[in-house]
Design a binder for this molecule. Structure first.
Ligand code: MG
Ligand code: ZN
Length: 381
């Protein structure tokens, strides 16, 4: 509705600024007027969805004020807020939070791509695959951790990692980059070697043991799994530095022979872990790593013009606050919790369809808004 009011507004403004001889033509061809407004009514060919796990307003502020008062996030002007609570708890976890984004349902904490009744719900990533788009997931946690898992697996419980990894065989993502190699090829629940099965299915499977992200040659690669660690990847402070190059490699690959578009999930997973550990330095370094990646993604989206970038968090972690005595690049911080909080969460949107992301809405709306940006038929009741 808002969109139509906006178009009407634009139309009225245009009519007043034209002489009478042009009025009829513009009334008859409103699409000419619409075209002049950035993003308005234009479909997104590609969607890049970026989740900073645990990235509330204070996490963003701490990154900003520890980085000479600047962030790449500031390049985005369309901003909204989402209500992150879960079906069964005002305090969400990452599984319920990501399932809301991925599948458009509020569910219970711990649920991976299933509703409150534990029945699987198709995700936007799976729907994209079925519609012939390419898809990918990049994370700084294990790749079968709750946030990415909710986009490409269905399980009643987030910690069933080996079952989640098995689901990825069916999803068919063109790119999977993250830790967790052991749930794929040293499994306890069965004797299967999923790395070999993925390879048979056309994947190039690369381990951190053999190559760094910059050493991967993507010529002739159709689908890629890159395990960045055996279990959890290191924090930035201990030398992890793949999120930006992995995101750039993914975008380049998904955009190659890109006829139908792509959906890419990028997660800065460890901002949350800094919150759980009540470690302000970890929050800041992980936040800035995520923001550096945001910069690279926006560089692509600005040039491309057909890509919607949506950046948000599943929830805030730590009840993090910046205290008196803080100075630029020297913050005094405190935590009120070692778990998640119920703060409403910022959403940043850039590209075709961005105008739909301003306002305050439920976390599940992000699913519907991204689908709408693709131009897919609404699934709302
Ligand atoms: Mg996560
Ligand atoms: Zn957490």
């Amino acid at each position: 509705m808002k969109k139509y009011l906006y178009i009407l507004f634009v139309l009225v403004v245009s009519l007043f600024s034209c002489d009478t001889s042009k009025k009829a033509a513009i009334t008859a061809q409103p699409q000419i007027v619409e075209k002049s407004i950035t993003g308005l009514n234009k479909k997104a060919k590609n969607v890049i969805f970026m989740v900073g796990d645990g990235m509330g307003i204070t996490q963003i502020s701490s990154g900003l004020y520890s980085n000479d008062n600047k962030l790449n996030l500031e390049r985005i002007s369309t901003i909204g807020l989402h209500k992150c609570y879960a079906y069964d708890n005002l305090i969400t976890d990452s599984a319920a939070g990501a399932t809301a984004f991925a599948c458009g349902v509020k569910t219970y904490n711990g649920a991976i791509g299933v509703g409150p009744d534990t029945i699987p719900v198709q995700s936007i990533l799976e729907e994209a695959e079925l519609k012939g788009l390419k898809t990918g997931m990049v994370a700084t946690s294990t790749i079968d951790h709750a946030t990415p898992a909710s986009f490409a697996a269905h399980n009643k419980y987030r910690k069933n990692y080996e079952e989640i990894a098995l689901d990825y065989l069916e999803t068919g993502c063109e790119i999977l980059i993250g830790g967790g190699q052991k749930s794929f090829d040293r499994r306890e629940m069965d004797e299967r070697n999923l790395s070999e099965e993925f390879a048979k299915d056309g994947y190039t499977v690369v381990s951190h043991v053999d190559k760094t992200i910059n050493e991967i040659d993507m010529t002739d690669v159709e689908k890629l799994i890159f395990y960045t660690a055996d279990s959890s990847p290191l924090p930035v402070s201990q030398g992890r530095d793949y999120l930006k190059p992995a995101s750039e490699l993914s975008i380049k690959h998904l955009n190659k022979n890109n006829e139908n578009g792509f959906f890419l999930l990028i997660e800065g997973s460890q901002i949350d872990w800094g919150g759980h550990a009540n470690d302000a330095n970890m929050i800041i370094t992980e936040m800035l790593d995520f923001d550096k990646t945001i910069g690279a993604v926006l560089d692509f989206a600005e040039k491309d013009g057909n890509t919607l970038v949506v950046i948000t968090a599943d929830h805030e972690t730590g009840g993090f606050a910046i205290q008196k005595g803080s100075k630029l690049n020297d913050l005094k911080t405190k935590f009120t919790s070692d778990y998640h909080t119920a703060d409403i969460i910022p959403v940043f949107a850039f590209g075709p369809g961005e105008e739909d992301f301003s306002g305050i809405y439920e976390n599940t709306e992000l699913y519907h808004k991204m689908r709408a940006a693709f131009g897919w038929e609404s699934k709302k009741d």
